[in-house]
Ligand binder design. Structure first.
Ligand code: FPP
Ligand code: MG
Length: 338
């Protein structure tokens, strides 16, 4: 097949998120039900905070990933749904803790929980949701799945701590950055996809392929998330932007700018890193330099490369609507970048 015609096929196979999720729409509706059902405690403040966080929405990308992977491997029904709810609770818990760590005042277009109720109650709500997620996962009595969830959580904590350890470090390399985001984000994506494989009882090669797919997708997702922080608009994203540099965290565009820009670019990025803010060097100036030196394009190319590796990992499965949906998720992730 010529390059042009294979590109046409790829384009034809692309679908928007609604189309991707059509296959698991019923499951996702059940997952929403489980998520609501299992947070009611009778403790007024806890119930109020939990409803607030749940009503804030979210893309439900991790449960969708788990459900699609399970469907691909022939596992349908109740079991994947309970685990999909468990991974969403874990995700909610990590975001609550992350917003405390980042002192973020906004999440999903509204005041963050920490901004409304303070750090103490927010950390405890995160603890509650995490413990609840374990209770949901335990109902499935599957040790390999519990082990995966535990390892993914350890990875997230390691990633967050690594980020803190390297905060303000202008020498952070691309390899260091990838090490952080693999732990912080990608291992959890990988676990979601692998859980689907475990539920379906597929042979080891297919299980490894789904785990590898999830890992690449997760790396792609975090590169894009970090690009959105770099170039995005707070009103559209519903969360603070330009925050990473302000907090002292280098992400791909800034790492590329430091490595491939001129002396002016390096000086200005390091200044923002040192000042922990844009008082002396405005954000627009950093953006102008990043565009001038091709740093945004370089980050986008990296995300695209990861997306393409992710798609190829699924070649071990025969063609099916579930495989096609999973192969479309990286496109949806990439389309988030303006
Ligand atoms: C978002 O990063 C945060 C993560 C992907 C991981 C957060 C993990 C923890 C806080 C540790 C584990 C927590 C528990 C409950 C065991 P980001 O700040 O780049 O994304 P953002 O822009 O959405 O805030
Ligand atoms: Mg954050």
């Amino acid at each position: 097949m010529s390059h042009a015609s294979s590109a046409a096929v790829v384009k034809e196979e692309r679908s928007d998120l609604r189309e991707i999720l059509r296959l698991v729409a019923d499951d996702l509706a059940h997952v929403e039900g489980l998520l609501h059902e299992h947070v009611s405690t009778g403790v007024r403040l806890l119930d109020m905070m939990a409803s607030y966080v749940q009503d804030g929405g979210g893309k439900r990308i991790r449960p969708a990933l788990l459900l699609l992977a399970a469907g691909l491997c022939g596992a349908r029904g109740e079991r994947p749904r309970w685990l999909a709810a468990a991974v969403e609770y874990i995700h909610m818990a990590t975001l609550l803790h992350d917003d405390v760590i980042d002192s973020a005042a906004m999440r999903r277009g509204r005041r963050s929980a920490n901004n409304r109720w303070g750090n103490a109650a927010t950390v405890l709500l995160g603890d509650f949701l995490y413990a609840r997620s374990m209770a949901l996962a335990l109902t499935q009595q599957n040790l390999p799945i519990l082990r995966l969830l535990s390892e993914a959580t350890l990875g997230m904590v390691e990633g967050e701590i690594l980020e803190i350890e390297r905060r303000g470090d202008g020498l952070l390399s691309e390899t260091d950055y990838l090490r952080i985001i693999e732990r912080k984000t990608a291992r959890f994506f990988s676990a979601c996809a692998e859980i689907g494989a475990i539920l379906g009882g597929v042979p080891p090669a297919q299980r490894r392929a789904l785990a590898a797919y999830g890992l690449e997708l997760g790396i792609c997702f975090q590169i894009v998330d970090d690009m959105l922080d770099f170039v995005g608009d707070e009103r559209i994203l519903g969360k603070p932007v330009a925050n990473d540099l302000r907090e002292g965290n280098l992400t791909l565009p800034a790492i590329h700018l430091l490595a491939s820009g001129d002396e002016e670019a390096s000086r200005k990025v390091l200044q923002v890193l040192k000042d922990r803010g844009y008082a002396r060097v405005p954000r627009e100036e950093i953006l102008r330099l990043a565009h001038k030196h091709g740093s945004i394009d370089a980050a986008r190319r990296q995300a695209e490369a990861r997306a393409s590796v992710a798609r190829r990992r699924l070649d071990v499965f025969s063609r099916s609507p579930h495989r096609q949906a999973l192969q479309s998720i990286p496109d949806f992730v990439l389309e988030r970048v303006p």
